[in-house]
Design a protein around this ligand. Structure first.
Ligand code: HEC
Length: 171
């Protein structure tokens, strides 16, 4: 039988959980992601299942995978795998070099903000006005990508960059 004590304990745990959620949601507002389509708030929120890397990005706008993958080609393959799994390859080619969709590995960016990981994330997550859907699972189909998946893809795309010149995402 459930004693009064364990009910109280369960209540306490759920209250603590709520407080924790509120705190993490507040913290996640720090990056202020906006839609590429109209500049309004993107609406991607931290979730309980987010990885530490995803939480860090939502807090700071820094994609921790970018520097990690630059040093570790083996680890970067995780991003390439996601790029194939979610059929990005159908429009952008197997290595992001472009097909029906534009190249993502040259210095010609569809939107100037794509030189930052925040900007690239915003276009992939929320779509664009020029023919890209919103790919983030919180903005449409729950089978789609989560924050961590998109960060891994962005970081892998950076390792494929062949455009020369400045690479601000490494700063
Ligand atoms: C149906 C075709 C199609 C698919 C599938 C697709 N894209 Fe795109 N993508 C486009 C088009 C078209 C654009 C150009 C959009 C614009 O200019 O507004 C684009 C643009 C982009 C850009 C900006 C490129 C640049 O040079 O600035 C990125 C990054 C991107 N896509 C990533 C992805 C990822 C990641 C996936 C898979 C989750 C994906 N795309 C799937 C068609 C597609």
């Amino acid at each position: 039988m459930l004693g009064n004590k364990s009910i109280k304990a369960a209540l306490l745990v759920s209250v603590l959980g709520l407080v924790g959620m509120t705190l993490s949601t507040q913290a996640s507002a720090a990056c202020n992601l906006v839609k590429t389509t109209d500049g309004s708030p993107l609406g991607v929120k931290a979730s309980d299942t987010d990885t530490p890397q995803a939480k860090q990005f939502l807090d700071t706008c820094v994609n921790p995978y970018t520097k990690a993958y630059a040093k570790d080609a083996e680890a970067a393959k995780a991003g390439k795998k996601k790029f194939g799994y979610y059929s990005c390859t159908q429009c952008h080619g197997p290595n992001g070099g472009g097909q029906v969709g534009p190249s993502i590995t040259d210095s010609t960016w569809q939107y100037s903000k794509h030189v930052t990981d925040k900007g690239l994330f915003e276009t992939i997550a929320g779509g664009s006005n020029g023919g890209m859907f919103a790919w983030h699972q919180q903005l449409g189909n729950p089978e789609n990508l989560n924050t961590d998946d998109i960060l891994k893809i962005v970081a892998w795309l950076r390792t494929q960059y062949k455009g020369g010149g400045e690479t601000p995402w490494m700063n």
